[in-house]
Write a protein that binds this ligand. Structure first.
Ligand code: X90
Length: 278
């Protein structure tokens, strides 16, 4: 039997993937005083509280080659999904790890997938990989299929603050300016090159939820799988789920909490929505 592993960096916000041998490689959140390793034992709530009261410099770092190799372990086939290469070095580090892994063990194979996204969209990719593995598909078939499936995925976000994104150069100061001012939230999507593309500035919770549903439909969502991750905003996540369900009764919707990395950038109140297009 070939040993198969599915791995991702911790921006996918999961610690287990049902029906698969899964491992995560942690990103880190770093301040002048503390370092938070984004793994299952991180107290995300404590981190978010601490960051709210902290006004010094804070930043993040992606897994290094060694972290990825640890996650690959000793599998014959590794399927590795990373946060977008447009915003992080995670994909590059994973590629270096994959080359080293294959060079040291010529019979082993690694597929590294640049999600051009994060959060729930990464999980949808991994669930697809798991289903294809369970259907008995080969490494080569899966490697060909995944880029096609990625064409059918999208990611929306809703942010109440973009301070950490702007301070770390992941969006322009100009795009970040409005989030949080006068009850304004920013709704945007992952662009084709895996960067943040702000779309709307919306005032008020109800209007924001309506805008999210409108954008979902516009981007091609028609009731398939949808995965909401939120940073301490279970209420809006549930409301979004209800609104989507009203339009698409058969929608398969999951709600999860953001882990450390996504909480750092999405900040309190933020939501990230990965979804399948029709
Ligand atoms: O390598 C690193 O240090 C990690 C850098 C990650 C930077 C951005 C993470 C954004 C997370 C924000 C909303 C979703 C945006 C998706 C855009 C593709 C959450």
């Amino acid at each position: 039997m070939r040993k198969i592993k599915i791995v991702a960096d911790s921006s996918a916000d999961i610690t287990i993937l049902e029906g698969a041998d899964f491992s995560a490689a942690p990103l880190k959140v770093v301040t002048d005083e503390r370092e938070f390793v984004d793994n299952a034992s991180l107290d995300v709530e404590e981190m978010v509280e601490y960051l709210q009261g902290y006004s010094g410099k804070s930043s993040t770092s992606c897994p290094n080659t060694g972290d990825w190799l640890t996650a690959f372990s000793d599998a014959d086939e590794v399927y590795c999904v990373t946060i977008t290469s447009g915003l992080s070095g995670s994909f590059n580090a994973a590629r270096v790890a994959a080359e080293q892994y294959e060079a040291e063990h010529p019979e082993r194979k690694v597929l590294v997938v640049d999600s051009l996204s994060t959060g729930g969209e990464m999980v949808l990719i991994m669930e697809k990989i798991r289903d294809l593995v369970q259907d008995g598909r080969t490494f080569e078939e899966i490697s060909a299929e995944i880029p096609m499936y990625q064409q059918k995925l999208g990611l929306l976000f809703m942010l109440q603050s973009m301070r950490n994104l702007a301070n770390n150069g992941r969006v322009s100061k100009l795009s970040a300016k409005f989030a949080g001012l006068m009850n304004i939230r920013v709704v945007g999507k992952a662009s084709d090159v895996g960067t943040l593309e702000p779309l709307d500035k919306v005032r008020g919770e109800k209007a924001t939820l309506q805008k999210l549903v409108e954008r979902l439909e516009e981007l091609g969502y028609r009731g398939g799988k949808l995965r909401i991750t939120h940073c301490f905003n279970a209420q809006m996540a549930e409301e979004l789920k209800e609104l989507v369900r009203k339009k698409f009764q058969k929608a398969q919707i999951a709600i999860e909490k953001c882990g450390g990395l996504c909480s750092f950038y999405a900040e309190k109140g933020g939501m990230i929505v990965g979804f399948e297009k029709a």
